[in-house]
Design a binder for this molecule. Structure first.
Ligand SMILES: Nc1ncnc2c1ncn2[C@@H]1O[C@H](COP(=O)(O)OP(=O)(O)OP(=O)(O)O)[C@@H](O)[C@H]1O
Length: 253
């Protein structure tokens, strides 16, 4: 089976700052991987590399068998044509901590934007699909609401529906609940759990260890730009092997 994501000694630096120092991991189709680690450990940078928002400096990063950002010939790497990179990106949905909705567009308009503009789906079809997606995230009644009229949890659910509207084969979540009031976290996690149940491949940066325990196939602990420890979540949470993992998890649990 081709892994949905394969990272092979991925490195990324910003000038002299080495942020990713050889990340290797694999995610099979339909799997959920949760990424956890202290602030600055490189979690967001890794997600951004998968999604072409940053360029890998060394190592190989593949999504569904395709080298991200590069093609390879005779052992040499060549940068992808921007159009080929844009095509790869279309298959990857990303959900951010701060929702990033267009403030002057309704929930429905936010959701139809990319399918109509990028995929040239007809407006009628895009609206039909957007309504289904709003139903799926429990927001049928809010189609015409603007982001400012929605709670944080509702905005994040619209952001998830917006990402799903492009029919991604992979969804990336970068701390999707950390900007939410505690009482709203559950409603977003419920939507994510349902997505996982339906077989969506997901990489989730989160500190919600209840979610990781219940939903994830793999839990990866990153620190200082390296994978310190990875494993089945229940096992890793119950029995971390490294002192750094123990110290970090003890603060979360
Ligand atoms: N575009 C950039 N230019 C320079 N440095 C950057 C850039 N993006 C990230 N960094 C640095 O890379 C390091 C890792 O950042 P990153 O956001 O990936 O960590 P993180 O584990 O996601 O942390 P957090 O939980 O705080 O979001 C930090 O020191 C950050 O300042």
């Amino acid at each position: 089976m081709t892994p949905m994501v394969k990272a092979d000694r991925v490195c990324k630096n910003f000038g002299a700052l080495e942020v990713l120092k050889g990340i290797s991991l694999e995610i099979d189709p339909g799997q959920v991987l949760c990424l956890v680690g202290p602030s600055g450990s490189g979690k967001s940078t890794f997600l951004r590399c998968i999604n072409h928002l940053e360029q890998v400096n060394a190592g190989r990063l593949y999504v569904d068998g395709d080298l991200v950002g590069y093609s390879e010939k005779n052992g040499k790497l060549y940068e992808l044509h921007p159009r080929a990179a844009a095509k790869q990106r279309r298959d990857i949905g990303m959900v951010f901590q701060h929702f990033n909705l267009f403030p002057h567009r309704t929930a429905l308009e936010n959701i139809i934007e990319a399918p109509t503009q990028v995929k040239r789906v007809s407006k009628k079809k895009a609206v039909e699909r957007a309504k289904d997606l709003l139903d799926q995230v429990g927001l049928s009644a809010k189609a015409n609401a603007y982001p400012a009229q929605l709670s944080g949890g509702q905005q994040q659910r619209v952001a998830i529906a917006r990402a799903l509207a492009m029919d991604p084969k992979l969804m990336l979540f970068d701390e999707p609940t950390s900007a939410l009031d505690p009482e709203l976290v559950g409603e977003v996690l419920t939507v994510m759990k349902q997505l996982a149940k339906e077989g969506m491949t997901m990489v989730v940066v989160t500190h919600e260890m209840g979610f990781a325990r219940e939903v994830a196939d793999q839990l990866v602990f990153m620190d200082g730009g390296v994978v310190v420890e990875a494993g089945e979540p229940r096992e890793l949470l119950a029995n971390p092997q490294h002192d750094r993992t123990k110290a970090f998890l003890s603060k979360l649990l």
